[in-house]
Ligand binder design. Structure first.
Ligand code: ADP
Ligand code: ZN
Length: 622
């Protein structure tokens, strides 16, 4: 049982059959004492890249691995997961009381620990360094793993000054190998990580950023809350998900509304009391089927594997943000959805936030460029994934798993409509020099007799009624596209519209505009609301997706209740005991012996020993 070959460890300790993607190469390199910088998307499997080397090196009597992570709130569960798998681990952060601290310290100095998780500020603590010195002198300091490595860079989005001190590890223990890992790093950030952590000698492993199990969909905003509710009911009844909103107020309102509709929805934002935040996060991690409605404050390190959907009710700032947030879905590799509603107001708001921010002009130019890329993604009529990946510098083929691939949107030629719209804004300007917002503009184009039309005598404009053939929604889409493309700006408190220099080319007919056909009401909209039958169909569809027949479904439910008990007893989230995919596989295969059970992915030696007999009993009874 003391095999220190990585593949044996993967199978024995974690119960997995094979390494994924670059894992094998990374693990070999680090186990052999090399430095590494690992860039892998969320859910790619970064943890095993340092956990397996840590175990291998500990078994080879090379001592303890120190894992530096800023995610204090998660350390307890991470360590719990390792102990469940039979790996001796502990953490050191400000949440320990003296007695606990002294215990961890003893385990550390003895060299018995395989992994120690520590917050970055430990590294500047003299007492802690003295312990590392002592381990180092005895040849028992095996490896440093630096998680969330982008935190060292000011270019990243989560800069933490404590991370700067981590260069000390290399200066003090030059012979101890280091592995740094992150899911987000563009070229500048990457270079910065290498420089600041002194990883010049490190091998850099960059994985594809594709998340094939996530289905991307972006829908036009119509009645966003109802659209959201329908999406959750039809595709994710009783499943865990995150709904992102821009403001705290909207988070509160949306969570309340979903809860009133009968969903287990909780709010999360920086304005909540930290105890409440912690409680909501714990419930999200520990209970099944919680929908967390949150601002971006909820995010980094949410390593719950079975988040089935991420929904955006507001447009993020850029593609990096969008990709990071949606990336929290489906870490377990199971089918998941990234769903966003987006409309004219999003475009106007995001543009305005940049324009009105106090930042320097060149910073704003960068931000506008990033927003443009996101808007182009939202308006795209071709594969969303191809666009996402190309944004990160990866070439790919249409994916077959995004809304545009699955249901290629109809397009219409809006070149003429765009010209009419622009010339109408131009006429407003000529006719009295005033500016107007979208509502009035569309009324004039459609030839509506309103008070405002009468007040400004806009019937006399040559553009009055020239667009009666298009619906209001179509006009909104044209305007949104023109704002997205930067030909029109919406300014001031009333979002009044003005032309930009580039509008001239459109007016001259030099710019061809192909728009998505305004999306119709959803095809499945026939199902009205929350009747019992609609609920049943959807949960059935879900079970079918896991390929379980009725008997297996029963076993699955029995296993889940058993797991809930154990998790509660151990004070850990359910997925730490076994993930859903593992339980589903047990339910499907219905193993009759411990040997059969051992063959199931996710069942390691320790868990087999601890839970095997009980599992067989539960499977029999279920
Ligand atoms: P990351 O930290 O990169 O977001 P994790 O390390 O949390 O990803 O891994 C994501 C999920 O994939 C986890 O549920 C993990 O158990 C699973 N996983 C990782 N590597 C493997 C593998 N080789 N075989 C099976 N499952 C794996
Ligand atoms: Zn696609």
């Amino acid at each position: 049982m003391n095999d220190s070959r990585p593949l044996s460890i993967l199978q024995e300790v974690f119960g997995y059959g094979a390494f994924r993607g670059a894992q094998a190469e990374i693990v070999d390199h680090v186990t052999g004492g090399g430095d590494a910088l690992v860039l892998m998307p969320t859910g790619g499997g970064k943890s095993l890249c340092y956990q397996v080397p840590a175990i291998a090196r500990h078994r080879a009597r090379q001592g303890v691995t120190v894992v530096v992570s800023p995610l204090i709130a998660l350390m307890h569960d991470q360590v719990g997961a390792l102990e469940e798998a039979g790996v001796h681990a502990a953490f050191m952060n400000s949440t320990l009381d003296t007695e606990q601290y002294l215990f961890v310290e003893r385990e550390l100095t003895s060299g018995r620990l395989v992994m120690l998780y520590a917050a970055p500020e430990r590294v500047t603590n003299p007492r802690f360094l003295a312990q590392l010195d002592s381990l180092h002198e005895r040849g028992l300091l095996s490896l440093f793993a630096i998680d969330e490595a982008h935190c060292v860079s000011q270019w990243g989005h989560d800069f933490r000054s404590e991370y700067l001190a981590l260069s000390l590890l290399h200066e003090r223990y030059a012979d101890v190998p280091r592995i740094a890992l992150t899911a987000t790093a563009d070229d500048i950030t990457r270079a910065d990580i290498i420089e600041r952590l002194k990883l010049d000698e490190a091998r850099v492993f960059i994985s594809s950023f594709d998340r094939p199990n996530i289905r991307y969909a972006i829908v036009e905003k119509d009645d966003p809350r109802r659209q959201l509710l329908r999406f959750i009911r039809e595709e994710h009844e009783d499943e865990a998900g995150v709904v992102y909103c821009q403001s705290r107020k909207k988070v509160e309102e949306t969570a309340q509304w979903l809860a009133a509709e009968g969903l287990k929805a909780l709010p999360y934002h920086a304005g909540l009391d930290s105890a409440v935040r912690q409680k909501h996060q714990d419930r999200f991690l520990r209970e099944d089927g919680i929908v967390m409605v949150a601002t971006v404050a909820f995010g980094m390190g949410i390593d719950k594997p079975d988040v089935r959907f991420v929904a955006h009710l507001d447009l993020p700032k850029n593609i990096e943000g969008y990709y990071q947030e949606t990336g929290r879905a489906g870490r377990d590799g199971g089918a998941s959805n990234a769903w966003m509603t987006y409309g004219l107001a999003d475009v106007v708001n995001q543009r305005r936030m940049i324009d009105e921010s106090p930042a320097e002009e060149d910073f704003k130019i960068v931000q506008r460029g990033k927003l443009d890329a996101l808007l182009a993604l939202a308006e795209a009529t071709d594969c969303r994934r191809v666009r996402l990946l190309s944004y990160f510098g990866e070439a790919s083929q249409p994916c077959g798993n995004c809304d545009n691939c699955l249901q290629p949107p109809a397009t219409w030629d809006a070149t003429d409509a765009a010209r009419k719209l622009l010339s109408c804004i131009y006429r407003f300007h000529q006719h009295g020099g005033r500016r107007f917002g979208a509502g009035h503009l569309i009324d004039v184009l459609r030839g509506k007799q309103t008070d405002k039309v009468a007040q400004f005598n806009h019937e006399s404009l040559s553009t009055f009624g020239v667009g009666a053939d298009l619906s209001e929604q179509q006009w909104r889409a044209v305007l949104r596209q023109l704002i997205a493309l930067g030909h029109v700006v919406a300014e001031g408190e009333y979002h009044t519209l003005a032309l930009t220099d580039s509008a001239r080319a459109v007016l001259k007919g030099e710019v061809h505009l192909l728009l998505r056909e305004a999306s119709e009401r959803p095809k499945r909209g026939a199902k009205t609301g929350r009747s019992g039958s609609a609920t049943k169909t959807s949960s059935k569809a879900k079970v079918e997706a896991m390929d379980l027949d009725a008997a297996a479904e029963q076993r699955f439910d029995a296993l889940k209740s058993w797991r809930a008990e154990v998790a509660k007893e151990h004070g850990l989230p359910a997925y730490v005991i076994f993930q859903n995919v593992t339980l589903a596989e047990m339910a499907r295969q219905h193993p009759q012996s411990l040997d059969d059970l051992a063959g199931i992915s996710g069942v390691g030696a320790k868990k087999l020993e601890a839970y095997g007999r009980e599992l067989l009993r539960v499977l029999e009874a279920g």
